[in-house]
Design a protein around this ligand. Sequence first.
Ligand code: ADP
Ligand code: ASP
Ligand code: MG
Length: 456
Amino acid sequence: MKVLKFGGTSVGTAESLTYVKHIVESGEDRMVVVVSALGGLTDKLLATAALASSGDQRYKDNMLSIAERHRGIITAIIAPEFQDEVSSTVEPMLEELGKLYDGVALIGELPDQTLDRIVSFGERMSSVIVSRMIPGATHFNSLDIIKTEKWFNKNIADTVLTDRNIKETLSLCKSKVAVIGGFISTDRDSGEITNLGRGGSDYTAALVAAALDADCLEIWTDVDGFMTADPRIIPQAQVIDRLSFVESMELCSFGAKVVYPPTIYPVFHKNIPIRILNTFRSTAPGTWITDKAANLGEAKGVTSVRKISIIEIEGKSAENVPEINSRTFNSLAKSGISVKLVSQPTADSSFSFAVSTSDSQRSAKALEQEFAPDMETGEISRIQATDGMAIIAIVGENIGHESGTGPRILNSLQRAGISVAASSHGASAMSHAYVVAETDADNALRIIHETFFEKS
Ligand code: ADP
Ligand code: ASP
Ligand code: MG
């Protein structure tokens, strides 16, 4: 059996849904179809919530257009004899959503739990619609199956419970096609509606594929495959035929938006291949992600992560650096902050690391607390956070061992007048990563892409 995930880009309009229907109906295997909300809907649900909470009455127009969009799609793609049945499920959801917005507008407050409840309607409605579009398909409710637990201020998947739930429900499905909404979940303790984070439908699909030992996880989107760079920034980007799990994991965690980063691990663990395919050009070969790396030492892609802050810690002498390192990472871990990159110039008394700007304040605070005594004695002279940065990473298995790659990149960036605030050269042998000003990020991507992927 296979798991097919269709993103918002694939389920955005009645026309794109006909492509989805064709792909599902022409498949021979049994399959689980995981769907996102209609394209752009999650953003709209969030924006409407913001309007309502600020008392801006335009939330009502937005709500109306959300309702009309779903009604239009039902009319266009559901067989006439099933339309009433679909409407009888979707209309109460629209009504509840409308009431939630009215409540938010009335109180003028938007607690996280209410927001999570609001965004859940995207996948709740799209999954019902898609399941009724495919004759004989069975709908499963992700809110009963996908479970999360609290981790600091985040909700993360409870993979053990979710795995058991998937096995106990979806594996018993008698129909050829099972349909489930991606992204949404419930808290294992409170039962509150939660989600797996923006872009999380990919992750739902991976959890399902892993639990059911699927033969393949197919991620259907709006590009021909995993590309050497984000095609919206680099129009010359080319499709990568093959990637290893670890390469794709590195590319995704360094910002390749085509797959949500946590997606790779569950299928990697079970050695289930992933294919990235284009809903609108289903004959294109796409990208295979498997356990085998092709062309070791060769760069596979270049990516960027924006909204990065760099935090620099300066000590009195290089001898203290190992101890400062371990205390730094311990105190960050205790606050649930993940570090994106560490830059450690040899024989230097300072070192720096990069975090998301949303974690920058908390990181600086945690370190100021940890090192308060050392700052008093002068052992640590400075802790400084700089916002407005980006990470540019070039990825490929074993490229860290290619000694020429780092200097080649630094030279090209230098020639373009781009200064590198910090860098990390393939501690994992998997990537070279550079921190540059966010305003230089596009240019740096272009230069690196040209140097490595646009051989004339
Ligand atoms: P979906 O709605 O199918 O989940 P996403 O918007 O999340 O789609 O992801 C697909 C988009 O990711 C593409 O349209 C493309 O613009 C962007 N993207 C960013 N980096 C890459 C890359 N390296 N390869 C392919 N697409 C990329
Ligand atoms: N609908 C959610 C989002 O827009 C999840 C997803 O599309 O994967 O983030
Ligand atoms: Mg996506």
